[in-house]
Design a protein around this ligand. Structure first.
Ligand code: DHB
Ligand code: FE
Length: 283
């Protein structure tokens, strides 16, 4: 059976793509953010995942307000990135893993998750930038991906409780995949940020730090909040931290807890409180 070798999470601000393209990683503005990654690169070099299940939120590139699934999964052999504005370079296509995608579709639908299946799926900065951040030396990250999109764009959003259940079901499904592949689960988004309205620029360090701590010791902590409460605590775009919750829930499948490999928290990059995290399941 397949193994879950770890969980990854990072913020995904488009400006990061510009900084990478211009080689600004050592500039004073960017260094405290990029310095969060080398210990995770070293760990990834050792654990070498083959497949990466990516919880991410599309921002209008693949899904728009006219058709907005709550949960959608890619089953393609390849995922293309496309120009979505922001002026960031378009990334080369990333390989998919249709075999794991279809296994997840079958298992999730059997467990009553009415997930949208996408045989074609364009992936935006939320999916592509983390691949660049975690595998900076590779033109294309050396993993096959299975993207799972969770709506954080148009209300009503799925509840944190539902997202947790989805993540756990994804974890269980990975462990029942008849394969010798090493699978990692990645989340992208957050932490607290709000891009528009009266609270534009809103950041909540206290909440972010409680949330980061919960990832290690109390994975269900965030499920106590309704979506409006999450907006209040983390900002209208800070609800992207639901992806982290899904990733962490996936790691509860078949493990008693987690070991933190590394984390970093830095305020701000653009309008966002940035976080990065790597976790390893402990039997
Ligand atoms: C920013 C943050 C995001 O999560 C995003 O998707 C786009 C922009 C920002 O802070 O600039
Ligand atoms: Fe975002």
């Amino acid at each position: 059976m397949a193994q879950i070798i770890g969980g990854l999470a990072t913020s995904h601000i488009p400006a990061i793509g510009g900084a990478i393209a211009k080689g600004l990683q050592q500039e004073p503005y960017w260094k405290p953010f990029f310095d969060g990654f080398p210990p995770i690169h070293e760990w990834l070099g050792k654990v070498k995942p083959d497949v990466l299940v990516v919880f991410y939120n599309d921002h209008g590139l693949n899904f728009f307000l006219d058709k907005m699934p709550t949960f959608a999964i890619g089953t393609a052999a390849e995922y293309r990135n496309a120009d979505e504005g922001w002026g960031i370079p378009t990334m080369p296509p990333v390989a998919g893993c249709p075999e794991l995608s279809w296994h997840l579709v079958n298992e999730l639908i059997a467990k009553e998750f009415d997930i949208v299946t996408c045989q074609e799926m364009l992936v935006d900065h939320a999916c592509t930038l983390p691949l660049k951040l975690f595998w900076p030396k590779d033109a294309v990250a050396p993993v096959q991906i299975v993207p799972i999109d969770i709506n954080t764009v148009q209300f009503p959003l799925p509840t944190a409780k539902r997202v947790y259940k989805l993540g756990k079901a994804v974890g269980e499904a990975i462990l029942s995949w008849k394969s010798d592949k090493r699978v990692a689960v990645m989340a992208t988004g957050g932490l607290s940020h709000q891009l528009e309205g009266e609270r534009a620029g809103f950041i909540n360090k206290k909440f972010d730090q409680q949330f980061l701590q919960s990832m290690e010791t109390n994975p269900e902590w965030a499920t106590q909040f309704s979506d409006l409460e999450l907006v209040e605590h983390a900002g209208t775009q800070g609800v992207e931290l639901l992806m982290w919750l899904a990733m962490r829930a996936a790691l509860t499948a078949g493990s008693a807890g987690v070991r933190k490999v590394h984390s970093n928290y830095h305020i701000p990059i653009s309008n966002t409180a940035t976080g990065v995290l790597a976790l390893e399941p402990v039997a």
